[in-house]
Design a binder for this molecule. Structure first.
Ligand SMILES: Nc1ncnc2c1ncn2[C@@H]1O[C@H](COP(=O)(O)OP(=O)(O)OP(=O)(O)O)[C@@H](O)[C@H]1O
Ligand SMILES: [Mg+2]
Length: 364
Protein backbone atom coordinates (compact mmCIF):
# COMPACT_ATOMS: atom_id res chain seq x y z
CA UNK A 1 0.00 0.00 0.00
CA UNK A 2 1.32 3.46 -0.84
CA UNK A 3 1.95 6.04 1.87
CA UNK A 4 -0.82 8.13 0.38
CA UNK A 5 -3.38 5.30 0.57
CA UNK A 6 -2.40 4.63 4.15
CA UNK A 7 -2.83 8.31 5.01
CA UNK A 8 -6.36 8.22 3.61
CA UNK A 9 -7.16 5.22 5.82
CA UNK A 10 -5.65 6.85 8.90
CA UNK A 11 -7.68 10.01 8.35
CA UNK A 12 -10.86 7.98 7.87
CA UNK A 13 -10.16 6.28 11.20
CA UNK A 14 -9.48 9.61 12.93
CA UNK A 15 -12.87 10.78 11.73
CA UNK A 16 -14.34 8.40 14.31
CA UNK A 17 -12.59 10.22 17.17
CA UNK A 18 -15.02 12.72 18.67
CA UNK A 19 -14.35 15.78 20.79
CA UNK A 20 -16.96 15.26 23.53
CA UNK A 21 -17.28 18.98 24.29
CA UNK A 22 -17.61 20.23 20.73
CA UNK A 23 -19.57 17.17 19.65
CA UNK A 24 -17.76 16.79 16.34
CA UNK A 25 -14.97 14.57 15.04
CA UNK A 26 -11.41 15.86 15.32
CA UNK A 27 -10.80 15.79 11.55
CA UNK A 28 -13.79 18.01 10.74
CA UNK A 29 -12.76 20.31 13.58
CA UNK A 30 -9.41 20.81 11.83
CA UNK A 31 -7.43 19.48 14.79
CA UNK A 32 -5.13 17.19 12.75
CA UNK A 33 -1.94 18.96 11.69
CA UNK A 34 1.37 18.06 10.04
CA UNK A 35 0.58 14.45 9.23
CA UNK A 36 3.50 12.46 7.95
CA UNK A 37 3.13 8.86 6.75
CA UNK A 38 6.27 7.01 5.63
CA UNK A 39 6.61 3.25 5.31
CA UNK A 40 3.94 2.51 7.91
CA UNK A 41 5.20 5.13 10.36
CA UNK A 42 2.50 7.66 11.13
CA UNK A 43 3.20 10.98 12.82
CA UNK A 44 0.79 13.84 13.38
CA UNK A 45 -0.22 16.58 15.78
CA UNK A 46 -3.61 17.08 17.37
CA UNK A 47 -4.08 20.81 17.86
CA UNK A 48 -6.70 21.36 20.54
CA UNK A 49 -8.49 24.65 21.19
CA UNK A 50 -6.96 24.91 24.66
CA UNK A 51 -3.96 23.42 26.46
CA UNK A 52 -6.29 23.03 29.46
CA UNK A 53 -8.51 20.58 27.55
CA UNK A 54 -10.00 18.21 30.15
CA UNK A 55 -9.96 15.23 27.76
CA UNK A 56 -6.47 15.73 26.30
CA UNK A 57 -5.04 12.38 27.49
CA UNK A 58 -8.22 10.50 26.58
CA UNK A 59 -8.10 11.89 23.01
CA UNK A 60 -4.40 11.07 22.66
CA UNK A 61 -4.91 7.46 23.74
CA UNK A 62 -7.92 7.07 21.46
CA UNK A 63 -5.98 8.44 18.45
CA UNK A 64 -3.03 6.15 19.16
CA UNK A 65 -5.15 3.03 19.68
CA UNK A 66 -7.33 3.58 16.63
CA UNK A 67 -4.50 4.49 14.25
CA UNK A 68 -2.34 1.60 15.47
CA UNK A 69 -5.18 -0.78 14.55
CA UNK A 70 -5.27 0.45 10.92
CA UNK A 71 -3.97 -2.20 8.53
CA UNK A 72 -0.45 -1.27 7.37
CA UNK A 73 0.43 0.98 10.33
CA UNK A 74 3.61 -0.03 12.13
CA UNK A 75 4.21 2.87 14.44
CA UNK A 76 2.22 5.90 15.65
CA UNK A 77 3.44 9.13 17.18
CA UNK A 78 0.83 11.63 18.32
CA UNK A 79 1.81 15.04 19.66
CA UNK A 80 -0.84 17.04 21.50
CA UNK A 81 -0.59 20.80 20.93
CA UNK A 82 -3.00 23.67 21.44
CA UNK A 83 -3.89 26.96 19.84
CA UNK A 84 -6.39 28.98 21.82
CA UNK A 85 -9.00 30.43 19.45
CA UNK A 86 -9.79 34.11 19.85
CA UNK A 87 -13.27 35.39 20.60
CA UNK A 88 -14.91 37.51 17.91
CA UNK A 89 -14.27 40.95 19.37
CA UNK A 90 -16.67 43.70 18.57
CA UNK A 91 -14.53 46.35 20.30
CA UNK A 92 -10.94 47.10 19.35
CA UNK A 93 -9.70 47.12 22.97
CA UNK A 94 -7.65 44.22 24.28
CA UNK A 95 -7.11 42.98 20.75
CA UNK A 96 -4.25 40.69 21.71
CA UNK A 97 -6.27 39.00 24.43
CA UNK A 98 -8.05 35.95 23.08
CA UNK A 99 -10.45 35.29 25.96
CA UNK A 100 -11.61 37.43 28.85
CA UNK A 101 -13.12 35.61 31.80
CA UNK A 102 -14.89 37.54 34.57
CA UNK A 103 -15.05 35.87 37.99
CA UNK A 104 -17.98 37.28 39.94
CA UNK A 105 -20.33 36.67 42.83
CA UNK A 106 -23.36 38.40 44.22
CA UNK A 107 -22.09 38.20 47.77
CA UNK A 108 -18.75 39.18 49.29
CA UNK A 109 -16.29 36.77 50.85
CA UNK A 110 -17.39 33.66 48.97
CA UNK A 111 -13.90 33.07 47.56
CA UNK A 112 -13.90 34.92 44.21
CA UNK A 113 -10.33 36.16 44.47
CA UNK A 114 -9.11 32.74 45.57
CA UNK A 115 -10.96 31.07 42.70
CA UNK A 116 -9.72 33.71 40.21
CA UNK A 117 -6.10 33.26 41.37
CA UNK A 118 -6.10 29.47 41.31
CA UNK A 119 -8.05 29.39 38.04
CA UNK A 120 -5.51 31.71 36.39
CA UNK A 121 -2.62 29.63 37.76
CA UNK A 122 -4.25 26.36 36.66
CA UNK A 123 -4.64 27.69 33.11
CA UNK A 124 -1.07 29.01 33.13
CA UNK A 125 0.25 25.65 34.35
CA UNK A 126 -1.16 23.95 31.22
CA UNK A 127 1.07 26.22 29.11
CA UNK A 128 -1.42 28.98 28.29
CA UNK A 129 -0.44 32.66 28.42
CA UNK A 130 -2.52 34.13 31.22
CA UNK A 131 -3.17 37.53 32.80
CA UNK A 132 -5.02 38.33 36.01
CA UNK A 133 -6.78 41.68 36.48
CA UNK A 134 -7.71 42.60 40.03
CA UNK A 135 -10.78 44.74 39.41
CA UNK A 136 -11.64 44.97 43.10
CA UNK A 137 -10.50 48.58 43.37
CA UNK A 138 -11.48 49.15 47.01
CA UNK A 139 -10.43 45.74 48.29
CA UNK A 140 -7.65 44.44 46.05
CA UNK A 141 -6.37 41.10 47.29
CA UNK A 142 -4.58 39.53 44.32
CA UNK A 143 -1.07 40.93 45.09
CA UNK A 144 -1.32 39.42 48.59
CA UNK A 145 -2.57 36.08 47.26
CA UNK A 146 0.28 35.89 44.76
CA UNK A 147 2.94 37.26 47.10
CA UNK A 148 3.72 40.32 44.96
CA UNK A 149 5.29 43.20 46.92
CA UNK A 150 3.57 46.54 46.29
CA UNK A 151 5.42 48.74 43.81
CA UNK A 152 4.34 51.12 41.08
CA UNK A 153 3.97 49.46 37.67
CA UNK A 154 6.67 50.14 35.07
CA UNK A 155 5.61 52.74 32.56
CA UNK A 156 5.82 52.37 28.81
CA UNK A 157 5.23 54.73 25.92
CA UNK A 158 1.96 56.67 25.41
CA UNK A 159 0.80 56.53 29.03
CA UNK A 160 0.84 52.74 28.91
CA UNK A 161 2.13 50.59 31.74
CA UNK A 162 3.32 47.02 32.15
CA UNK A 163 1.68 44.43 34.38
CA UNK A 164 3.63 42.92 37.28
CA UNK A 165 4.75 39.34 36.65
CA UNK A 166 4.60 36.54 39.18
CA UNK A 167 4.68 32.74 38.73
CA UNK A 168 4.31 33.24 34.98
CA UNK A 169 1.15 35.33 35.36
CA UNK A 170 0.78 38.97 34.29
CA UNK A 171 -1.01 40.92 37.01
CA UNK A 172 -2.56 44.37 37.39
CA UNK A 173 -4.17 45.61 40.57
CA UNK A 174 -5.24 48.91 42.07
CA UNK A 175 -3.05 47.93 45.02
CA UNK A 176 -0.04 48.89 42.86
CA UNK A 177 -1.47 52.36 42.37
CA UNK A 178 -1.63 53.19 46.08
CA UNK A 179 1.02 53.55 48.77
CA UNK A 180 1.36 50.29 50.70
CA UNK A 181 -1.44 49.80 53.20
CA UNK A 182 -3.21 53.01 52.15
CA UNK A 183 -6.69 52.53 50.75
CA UNK A 184 -7.44 54.29 47.46
CA UNK A 185 -9.84 57.18 48.11
CA UNK A 186 -12.08 57.37 45.09
CA UNK A 187 -15.51 58.55 44.17
CA UNK A 188 -17.80 56.42 42.02
CA UNK A 189 -17.01 57.92 38.58
CA UNK A 190 -13.25 57.59 39.22
CA UNK A 191 -13.67 53.84 39.59
CA UNK A 192 -14.75 53.62 35.97
CA UNK A 193 -11.64 55.64 35.05
CA UNK A 194 -9.33 53.11 36.68
CA UNK A 195 -11.07 50.19 35.02
CA UNK A 196 -10.82 52.02 31.71
CA UNK A 197 -7.05 52.39 32.30
CA UNK A 198 -6.77 48.70 33.07
CA UNK A 199 -8.49 47.94 29.80
CA UNK A 200 -6.75 50.44 27.54
CA UNK A 201 -3.39 51.35 29.02
CA UNK A 202 -1.93 48.01 30.06
CA UNK A 203 0.69 46.39 27.85
CA UNK A 204 -0.64 42.86 28.29
CA UNK A 205 1.09 41.50 25.22
CA UNK A 206 -0.45 38.33 23.76
CA UNK A 207 -2.71 36.48 26.19
CA UNK A 208 -4.75 33.31 25.74
CA UNK A 209 -6.82 34.08 28.84
CA UNK A 210 -7.33 37.19 30.92
CA UNK A 211 -9.05 36.38 34.22
CA UNK A 212 -10.77 39.33 35.91
CA UNK A 213 -11.44 39.21 39.64
CA UNK A 214 -14.51 41.37 40.19
CA UNK A 215 -15.58 43.02 43.43
CA UNK A 216 -18.73 41.53 44.99
CA UNK A 217 -22.16 42.62 43.83
CA UNK A 218 -23.49 44.31 40.75
CA UNK A 219 -22.13 47.88 41.02
CA UNK A 220 -20.15 50.44 39.01
CA UNK A 221 -17.11 48.29 38.28
CA UNK A 222 -19.16 45.37 37.03
CA UNK A 223 -21.19 47.68 34.81
CA UNK A 224 -18.15 49.47 33.36
CA UNK A 225 -16.46 46.17 32.65
CA UNK A 226 -19.44 44.45 31.16
CA UNK A 227 -20.10 47.48 28.95
CA UNK A 228 -16.56 48.33 27.89
CA UNK A 229 -14.63 45.06 27.92
CA UNK A 230 -15.37 42.40 25.35
CA UNK A 231 -15.99 39.73 28.00
CA UNK A 232 -15.94 36.20 26.59
CA UNK A 233 -17.82 34.78 29.53
CA UNK A 234 -18.44 34.86 33.26
CA UNK A 235 -17.93 32.44 36.10
CA UNK A 236 -20.18 32.96 39.13
CA UNK A 237 -18.89 31.78 42.50
CA UNK A 238 -21.26 30.82 45.28
CA UNK A 239 -21.09 28.98 48.57
CA UNK A 240 -23.70 26.35 49.49
CA UNK A 241 -25.66 28.60 51.87
CA UNK A 242 -29.04 29.96 50.80
CA UNK A 243 -28.03 33.64 51.30
CA UNK A 244 -25.11 33.23 48.94
CA UNK A 245 -27.20 31.37 46.38
CA UNK A 246 -29.79 34.15 46.29
CA UNK A 247 -27.04 36.69 45.58
CA UNK A 248 -25.38 34.41 43.03
CA UNK A 249 -28.68 34.35 41.17
CA UNK A 250 -28.52 38.17 40.92
CA UNK A 251 -25.03 37.81 39.43
CA UNK A 252 -26.26 35.32 36.84
CA UNK A 253 -29.15 37.62 35.90
CA UNK A 254 -26.81 40.63 35.61
CA UNK A 255 -24.58 38.89 33.07
CA UNK A 256 -27.58 37.67 31.17
CA UNK A 257 -29.04 41.18 30.96
CA UNK A 258 -25.81 42.52 29.45
CA UNK A 259 -25.51 39.48 27.13
CA UNK A 260 -22.30 38.10 28.58
CA UNK A 261 -22.31 34.29 28.19
CA UNK A 262 -22.33 32.33 31.44
CA UNK A 263 -19.47 29.86 31.49
CA UNK A 264 -20.97 28.35 34.61
CA UNK A 265 -21.29 28.24 38.37
CA UNK A 266 -18.67 27.14 40.91
CA UNK A 267 -19.65 26.09 44.40
CA UNK A 268 -16.85 27.04 46.76
CA UNK A 269 -16.36 25.68 50.29
CA UNK A 270 -18.71 22.88 49.29
CA UNK A 271 -17.43 20.16 51.56
CA UNK A 272 -14.69 19.41 54.03
CA UNK A 273 -12.11 16.64 53.68
CA UNK A 274 -10.36 15.72 56.94
CA UNK A 275 -6.85 14.32 57.15
CA UNK A 276 -6.56 10.65 56.31
CA UNK A 277 -10.19 10.28 55.26
CA UNK A 278 -11.48 10.42 51.70
CA UNK A 279 -15.06 11.15 52.64
CA UNK A 280 -16.60 14.47 51.59
CA UNK A 281 -18.27 16.05 54.64
CA UNK A 282 -20.93 18.49 53.50
CA UNK A 283 -20.91 20.69 56.58
CA UNK A 284 -23.22 23.28 55.09
CA UNK A 285 -26.05 22.37 52.74
CA UNK A 286 -25.03 20.65 49.56
CA UNK A 287 -26.04 20.78 45.93
CA UNK A 288 -27.18 24.45 45.90
CA UNK A 289 -24.75 25.46 43.15
CA UNK A 290 -25.80 22.53 41.02
CA UNK A 291 -29.49 23.36 41.53
CA UNK A 292 -28.87 26.99 40.58
CA UNK A 293 -27.00 25.87 37.43
CA UNK A 294 -29.92 23.61 36.50
CA UNK A 295 -32.44 26.40 37.10
CA UNK A 296 -30.65 28.69 34.65
CA UNK A 297 -29.57 25.88 32.33
CA UNK A 298 -25.92 26.88 32.63
CA UNK A 299 -22.98 24.53 33.26
CA UNK A 300 -22.08 23.53 36.80
CA UNK A 301 -18.29 23.83 36.67
CA UNK A 302 -17.16 22.16 39.89
CA UNK A 303 -17.28 22.17 43.65
CA UNK A 304 -14.21 23.26 45.62
CA UNK A 305 -13.57 21.80 49.08
CA UNK A 306 -13.20 23.91 52.21
CA UNK A 307 -9.61 23.35 53.31
CA UNK A 308 -7.06 25.15 55.45
CA UNK A 309 -4.42 24.86 52.72
CA UNK A 310 -6.41 27.25 50.55
CA UNK A 311 -6.39 29.94 53.25
CA UNK A 312 -2.71 29.32 53.96
CA UNK A 313 -1.87 29.62 50.26
CA UNK A 314 -3.71 32.94 50.02
CA UNK A 315 -2.12 34.30 53.19
CA UNK A 316 1.42 33.24 52.28
CA UNK A 317 1.20 34.37 48.67
CA UNK A 318 1.70 30.88 47.20
CA UNK A 319 -1.62 29.63 45.78
CA UNK A 320 -2.46 26.09 46.87
CA UNK A 321 -2.32 24.88 43.29
CA UNK A 322 1.41 25.71 43.28
CA UNK A 323 2.17 24.83 46.89
CA UNK A 324 0.53 21.40 46.70
CA UNK A 325 -0.64 20.60 43.15
CA UNK A 326 -2.01 17.17 44.11
CA UNK A 327 -4.16 18.26 47.08
CA UNK A 328 -7.95 17.82 46.78
CA UNK A 329 -8.45 21.58 46.38
CA UNK A 330 -5.77 21.84 43.65
CA UNK A 331 -7.33 18.95 41.76
CA UNK A 332 -10.71 20.67 42.01
CA UNK A 333 -9.24 23.93 40.62
CA UNK A 334 -7.66 22.02 37.72
CA UNK A 335 -11.00 20.44 36.84
CA UNK A 336 -12.57 23.91 37.06
CA UNK A 337 -9.95 25.36 34.68
CA UNK A 338 -10.53 22.52 32.21
CA UNK A 339 -14.27 23.11 32.32
CA UNK A 340 -13.90 26.88 31.85
CA UNK A 341 -11.56 26.40 28.88
CA UNK A 342 -13.89 23.80 27.38
CA UNK A 343 -16.91 26.12 27.73
CA UNK A 344 -15.00 28.90 25.95
CA UNK A 345 -14.09 26.53 23.13
CA UNK A 346 -17.75 25.52 22.86
CA UNK A 347 -18.82 29.18 22.68
CA UNK A 348 -16.26 29.90 19.93
CA UNK A 349 -17.38 26.85 17.97
CA UNK A 350 -20.93 28.23 18.06
CA UNK A 351 -20.05 31.83 17.17
CA UNK A 352 -22.26 33.12 14.44
CA UNK A 353 -24.95 30.65 15.42
CA UNK A 354 -28.00 31.66 17.46
CA UNK A 355 -27.26 32.23 21.15
CA UNK A 356 -28.02 29.48 23.64
CA UNK A 357 -31.48 29.30 25.08
CA UNK A 358 -30.29 30.24 28.58
CA UNK A 359 -32.02 33.60 28.49
CA UNK A 360 -35.35 31.96 27.70
CA UNK A 361 -34.76 29.28 30.29
CA UNK A 362 -35.24 31.51 33.27
CA UNK A 363 -37.46 34.20 31.84
CA UNK A 364 -39.97 31.64 30.63
N1 LIG B 1 -12.06 26.63 49.31
C1 LIG B 1 -11.70 27.33 50.38
N2 LIG B 1 -11.39 26.72 51.55
C2 LIG B 1 -11.05 27.46 52.64
N3 LIG B 1 -10.98 28.78 52.66
C3 LIG B 1 -11.27 29.44 51.54
C4 LIG B 1 -11.65 28.75 50.34
N4 LIG B 1 -11.86 29.68 49.37
C5 LIG B 1 -11.62 30.89 49.94
N5 LIG B 1 -11.27 30.74 51.24
C6 LIG B 1 -10.93 31.80 52.20
O1 LIG B 1 -12.05 32.64 52.38
C7 LIG B 1 -11.64 34.00 52.54
C8 LIG B 1 -12.34 34.87 51.49
O2 LIG B 1 -11.86 34.47 50.19
P1 LIG B 1 -11.68 35.53 49.03
O3 LIG B 1 -10.91 36.70 49.48
O4 LIG B 1 -11.16 34.77 47.87
O5 LIG B 1 -13.20 35.90 48.79
P2 LIG B 1 -13.80 37.05 47.86
O6 LIG B 1 -15.14 36.55 47.41
O7 LIG B 1 -12.85 37.47 46.86
O8 LIG B 1 -14.00 38.20 48.93
P3 LIG B 1 -14.39 39.75 48.61
O9 LIG B 1 -15.83 39.73 48.27
O10 LIG B 1 -14.08 40.44 49.89
O11 LIG B 1 -13.53 40.18 47.45
C9 LIG B 1 -10.13 34.00 52.41
O12 LIG B 1 -9.56 33.97 53.68
C10 LIG B 1 -9.82 32.70 51.67
O13 LIG B 1 -8.56 32.19 51.99
MG1 LIG C 1 -12.03 39.39 46.44
Amino acid sequence: MSDQDLQVRVIAELKTVMDPDLNKDIVSLGFIKNMNVTGGNVKFQVELTTPACPVKEQLKTECETKVRAVDGVKNVEVEMTAMVRPAEHSQPILENVKNIIAVASGKGGVGKSTVATNLAMALQMTGAKVGLMDADIYGPSIPQMLGIPISAPKGGADNKFFPHEQYGLKVVSAAFLSKEGQPLMLRGPMLGGIIQQFLQNVEWGELDYLVIDLPPGTGDVQLTLTQRAPLSGAVVVTTPQEVSLIDAEKGVRMFDSVKVPMLGIVENMSYFVCDGCDKKHHIFKSGGGQTLAEKFKVPFLNEIPLVGEVVEGGDKGVPVIMADPSSPASKAYKVLAGQVAAQLSIIHSQEGKPAASFELAWKG
